[in-house]
Design a protein around this ligand. Structure first.
Ligand code: ZN
Length: 79
């Protein structure tokens, strides 16, 4: 606790290295059509589904497929 609050008393230029940089801004995420999962009925981006043998769209959760999830701790596999 003391260390955390002590950080607030350190001058900005001692904590950070401020400089101009050139960075490439990533493109917007691609937009996909949505379909309803044939099991749960939830509207799901088509690229987050797989077709079953009857050509019905199944979301990854209902199909039990592996997929990545991004949260505050990073990307992990939902298996
Ligand atoms: Zn589903």
């Amino acid at each position: 606790m003391d260390r955390a609050f002590g950080t607030l008393t350190i001058p900005f230029d001692k904590l950070f290295n401020l400089k101009n940089v050139n960075s490439k801004i990533p493109e917007y995420a691609k937009i996909f059509d949505s379909v309803n999962c044939s099991v749960c009925g939830e509207s799901t981006m088509i690229n987050k589904t797989k077709k079953n043998t009857n050509q019905e769209h199944i979301c990854f959760t209902c199909g039990g497929y592996e997929y990545g999830i991004l949260d505050g701790n990073g990307i992990f596999c939902k298996c």
